[in-house]
Design a binder for this molecule. Structure first.
Ligand code: ATP
Length: 345
């Protein structure tokens, strides 16, 4: 069943269009990440879903109800913001109980629910602590517990983990996903971090300039990006200009890729680094030189130069990689290139 449907949702601020005619249908129980660079409109879209902004045009439906103009406190959604917005002068327990007490829940029932929520976010027994006595990651969990206190119909999080250090952020991504799976709650997270989106999302919505470019499972978006921008934003890629030629495609660097049929005279190829094969000089169609080797321990990233083009190739941990300066040949794995029309953005 579809939980949330956006039709032609638009937000303008004066002459500027922050969100431009967005259509989205989000199935119940799905974990969705709104992903895109700074300024693409993801926060504005989220704030309209939450009821903190009113669309300039378009409609938002939740279940069978049109909620476009329903005020925020009547939507029954739970929200977590980057700032967390916890009350520093209240204890952890009083913070989490706050929305329950607002609804008239008795003190005893609220206390029981707080204990249940603290167990859920794996922070048992801290209800009496001051917020200031908690670490950043613990505060994050308290904000999540508070947002879940009244069993929201929809769970909205805007860059919830961006204040945390990299290691804690990655751990919390997994926890948040597991928590959402356990509760089965429809969840929308705003992020500009593609790894975060790939870790958590059933569906990623990639945005640029106020528009949705693609919505699909993360691995589908990775394998079949709708535009060169999407290819580049979700993971690393090599974008190579090519022209059609008898028997194949000619790269701007001069290399001929035999058997690669282009749909038009000119095209832009997207090739993932793991699909670039490194060969001894003369053994493959693309002549290149190793410029820089980045050994990450878990994998090796090789930066190469072919004519004017920079090409990145990835190898598995411990692979035997020629040092910087070595002339090599490159080949592309069969079917590896996603082909876009020339001039696509
Ligand atoms: P970030 O990741 O930097 O938060 P974002 O993708 O969430 O970016 P939004 O915050 O939604 O982007 O902003 C989209 C566009 O709308 C931006 O160009 C922004 O300057 C503009 N904008 C957002 N809010 C307002 C406002 N209240 N008044 C005027 N312009 C705004």
């Amino acid at each position: 069943m579809t939980a949330l449907v956006l039709s032609g949702v638009t937000k303008r601020y004066g002459a500027a269009t922050a969100v431009d005619a967005v259509d989205l249908a989000i199935p119940e129980g799905t974990f969705v990440c709104l992903l895109g660079p700074s300024g693409c409109g993801k926060t504005t879209l989220m704030r309209m879903i939450a009821g903190l902004e009113t669309p300039t045009a378009g409609d938002i439906r939740f279940g069978s109800e049109t909620i476009t103009h329903v005020p925020v406190h009547k939507r029954g959604f739970g929200m977590v913001f980057q700032s967390l917005a916890l009350f520093p002068h209240l204890t952890v327990g009083d913070n989490i109980a706050y929305p329950l007490r607002l609804r008239g829940t008795s003190r005893g029932a609220a206390e029981a629910r707080v204990r249940e929520l603290l167990d859920l976010v794996r922070l048992p027994g801290v209800e009496g602590r001051a917020i200031t006595q908690l670490s950043g990651g613990q505060r994050q969990r308290v904000a999540i517990a508070r947002a879940l206190a009244v069993a929201p119909r929809l769970f909205l999080l805007d860059e919830p983990l961006s204040a945390l250090d990299a290691k804690l952020r990655e751990a919390m991504q997994v926890e948040l996903r597991l928590l959402q799976e356990r509760l089965g709650i429809t969840t929308i997270v705003v992020t500009h971090d593609q790894r975060e989106a790939m870790t958590m999302a059933d569906q990623v919505v990639v945005m640029q300039n106020g528009r949705v470019l693609q919505m699909d499972r993360p691995i589908e978006v990775y394998r079949r990006p709708a535009t060169p921008f999407v290819a580049d934003f979700l993971g690393q890629t090599n974008l190579l200009e090519a022209r059609r030629e008898a028997g194949g495609a000619r790269l701007a660097s001069g290399a001929l890729l035999p058997g690669l049929a282009l749909p038009g005279e000119a095209a832009l190829l997207s090739v993932r680094p793991e699909d670039v094969v490194l060969l001894p000089e003369g053994d493959g169609p693309i002549a290149a030189r190793v410029e820089f080797v980045r050994d990450m321990g878990s994998a090796v990233e090789i930066y190469l130069r072919s004519g004017d083009a920079r090409i990145i190739a990835h190898r598995e941990a411990g692979a035997d990689v020629p040092p910087a300066g070595t002339p090599v040949s490159l080949a592309l794995k069969p079917g590896a290139a996603t082909v876009f029309p020339a001039g696509a953005a």
